[in-house]
Design a protein around this ligand. Structure first.
Ligand code: GLN
Length: 488
């Protein structure tokens, strides 16, 4: 059987390159070809950067031939969510308002990976300004789930999840403000990590809600996730919320033996609304991990049912302020027909933004308006503090938590797009980690009877990524869910 370059892990691709079994050009060409072939079907990419990618790959091949030192990700193709700025490469945030925007700089997370030699093959589709849970809110059309083209791949990082699942790039970057890496990872059968708030830089990420946003990682295996995290988790002088901490050597620590852990099962995450098949798969995982000597205890996070209301006050409030900059003057689309400045603002925003974005701007301005700010925004901040404290208390008793990533597997295209509330509910188990700034990972945990992937979530205390990765790695080594590929 011939070697499928799109199915390699980062480690396999790296050793293949070093042993000259293939070149970076071949590896990148294979990823580009897969992206181009699949895009009419999946719509994972808004922009495919063929020329730039091949040029970079050739430079890396030259450096390898000259025996110059190359980075740890040299020649590895990656996909980047179109909400991370890339210098001189169109960055749309999946919005019409930024249709022709070419940023003057590159996001730190992308830059660090490029410094290690990774090659971006394109910018992935997503919900407009990362607002959504299905990928359907993109001005460039919905992304399809590679496991079932009638279904959504999850969102908002829809294209990054679908790209990694379908082999267009060996890994991808996304952003996770309320689950946008973990929920699509779960729906698409890949690994998705949201690091601790402050673990890596948000510089160059088009801001949605600054106190919740975090760059996240999609890979096909836990080892690959540890490798990419190790390269991007750095304090950044350009983002004052990054924490000055040494970065653990995640790939090395992955191999360390895991002492028996106490793992919490929060009872509020195992409620009736969770699909029965998902419950069964998660219970199987608990059983298997139990046999490895880990102890499970039921815990309670009583304010879990307040997390979504809190999120949908804080997020729109911050988003309405962050999105005020799109006024037709400085960036992107500008309504040419406007007669004066006020109508330039109004027309640009009316025509440039999609309906979900408008909905959230209206909600956000409302909850911040004089007379309502204490009642909504102020109150939400207080409840946010209670949610954080509840997690702190639970982590006195347990090392980490295990939950379903989402209450259902991938839903059908169009199923929830007319019902914002139903859509918001699909983030019920993921928003909590953003509210509390905690690291969390979704890993493949099986398939439903209709062959849709299901994810399991691990949530840990701040900066416990290494522990989460080791537990995820142990589970991965006992199962082969991650090795299953969508039909082609
Ligand atoms: N689906 C959530 C929302 O619509 C999460 C978005 C995100 O994480 N970017 O806000």
């Amino acid at each position: 059987m011939s070697l499928d370059l799109n199915e390699l892990t980062i480690a396999e691709a790296g050793s293949g390159l070093r042993e000259k079994r293939f070149s970076s050009r071949e590896l990148v060409e294979a990823a580009l070809k897969r992206a181009e072939e699949d895009n009419p079907r999946l719509n994972s990419f808004i922009t495919i950067t063929r020329q730039e990618a091949l040029k970079r790959a050739e430079r890396i091949d030259d450096a390898i031939a000259r025996k110059d030192g190359v980075g740890s990700l040299a020649g590895i193709p990656m996909a980047v969510k179109d909400i991370l700025c890339t210098e001189a490469i169109r960055t749309t945030a999946a919005s019409k308002i930024l249709e022709n925007y070419k940023p003057p700089y590159t996001a730190t997370a992308v830059r660090l990976l490029e410094e290690e030699g990774a090659v971006a093959i394109g910018k992935t589709n997503c919900d407009e300004f990362a607002m959504g849970s299905s990928g359907e809110n993109s001005a460039y059309g919905p992304t399809k789930n590679p496991w079932d083209l009638e279904r959504v791949p999850g969102g908002s990082s829809s294209g990054s999840a679908a790209a990694v699942a379908s082999g267009a790039g060996l890994f991808a970057l996304g952003t996770d403000t309320g689950g946008s890496v973990r929920q699509p990872a779960s729906f698409s059968g890949v690994v998705g990590l949201k690091p601790t708030y402050g673990r890596l830089s948000r510089y160059g990420v088009i801001a949605l809600a600054s106190s919740l946003d975090q760059v996240g990682i999609f890979t096909r295996t836990v080892e690959d996730c540890a490798e990419v995290l190790f390269r991007v988790a750095r304090p950044d002088p350009k983002d004052s919320t990054t924490v000055k901490k040494n970065t653990p050597n995640f790939p090395e620590e992955l191999k360390e033996k895991l002492e028996p852990l106490t793992i919490g099962l929060p009872k509020e995450y195992f409620v009736d609304g969770v699909d029965k098949e998902i419950r069964r798969l998660i219970e199987n995982a608990v059983e298997r991990l139990g046999k490895e000597g880990h102890r499970f205890v039921e815990v309670s996070l009583p304010h879990t049912d307040r997390a979504l209301p809190v999120y949908y006050i804080i997020l729109p409030a911050e988003a309405s302020s962050n999105l005020a900059r799109f006024d037709g003057v400085r960036y992107g689309y500008s309504a040419a027909e406007a007669a004066d400045l006020p109508s330039l603002y109004t027309l640009t925003r009316e025509k440039g933004f999609g309906s979900e974005v408008k909905r959230r701007i209206m909600l956000g301005t409302y909850v911040l308006s004089a007379g309502y700010i204490d009642q909504y925004y102020g109150k939400a901040q207080k409840v946010r503090t209670i949610i954080i404290q509840e997690f702190d208390q639970v982590f006195q008793k347990v090392d980490c938590l295990l939950t379903p990533t989402a209450p259902s597997a991938a839903f059908a295209l169009g199923e929830k797009s007319l019902d914002p509330l139903a859509m918001y509910l699909s983030d019920i188990f993921t928003v909590t980690a953003n509210i509390a700034g905690l690291p969390a990972i979704s890993i493949p945990a099986g398939f439903t009877r209709s062959n849709l992937p299901v994810g399991m979530q691990l949530i840990g205390p701040h900066f416990s990524e290494s522990l989460l990765l080791r537990l995820a790695y142990l589970y991965q080594s006992m199962t082969d869910w991650h090795a299953k590929r969508p039909p082609r």
